[in-house]
Design a protein around this ligand. Structure first.
Ligand code: SF4
Length: 225
């Protein structure tokens, strides 16, 4: 059994404020309303999304597929971002686990020149050891690899009014009303699996998928100039 984590007074205060916010029915209602507006806006992008999906299906190799996935994430973001709490300069989600595949890490390394290393272990689940730990690519509250950031960073939008609920405290649970990006996550995973014909093949391919937290691949962050 893991020991409960002792919170500092500041962390305890934050956790209490988060609970108070989340437990107000108006919070969740407002988030649902913002999401509904985003969905309405997304409907206008349906055709573009369909075209991007076809291009993704034809893309040869995972490198090209990652570019296709990024374009789809951009279309998603155009609809959701105007209704989300996420603003330029906010880096709250850069203290959360960021799971990437080996292949995506290789694309990022190639594009940015950042030194990449092999993680000590692989897991498709979020690595909770990194909760509250700044991403090594975060400098002065800005992403230094913004154009090349992982898919996980492109798809998370908090539909609350501000960043209060995104601030993670190790050992404490915060509910965040994220916009649903499950379809994009599935496309991301499937892009790595190749053609699978049966459920068994799918399970085997998933077992072979190599994923780890971004921090495990790039502990040193951006390439030194
Ligand atoms: S890659 Fe950039 S956006 Fe993603 S967690 Fe790191 S600093 Fe934040």
């Amino acid at each position: 059994m893991t020991e409960p984590v002792a919170l500092t007074p500041e962390q305890a205060d934050l956790v209490a404020r988060q609970a108070e916010r989340w437990n107000q029915p108006a919070t969740q209602q407002a988030a649902r309303e913002r999401l509904a507006l985003a969905k309405e806006r997304a409907a206008g992008n349906d055709e573009r999304m369909r075209t991007q999906l076809k291009q993704l299906a034809k893309a040869p190799g995972i490198g090209h597929k990652i570019y296709g996935l990024r374009q789809m994430a951009e279309t998603f973001a155009q609809a959701v971002a105007p209704h989300a709490a996420c603003t330029t300069g906010c880096s709250a989600c850069c203290y959360q686990p960021v799971q990437v595949t080996l292949q995506e890490a290789q694309v990022i390394a190639r594009e940015t020149g950042a030194r990449m290393q092999a993680p000590a272990s692989w897991s498709t689940e979020a690595d909770m050891r990194h909760v509250g730990q700044a991403c090594p690519f975060l400098k002065e509250a800005r992403c230094t690899i913004y154009q090349h950031r992982p898919m996980a960073c492109r798809l998370m939008f908090n539909m609350d009014a501000d960043a209060l609920l995104c601030q993670m405290v190790p050992g404490a649970l915060s509910h965040v009303p994220y916009a649903d990006y499950a379809d994009h996550k599935e496309l991301y995973v499937r892009a790595h699996l190749g053609k699978v014909k049966s459920q068994e093949e799918l399970q085997e391919a998933l077992k072979a998928l190599k994923m780890a937290d971004l921090r495990e691949f790039f502990p040193q962050g951006p390439a030194s100039r």
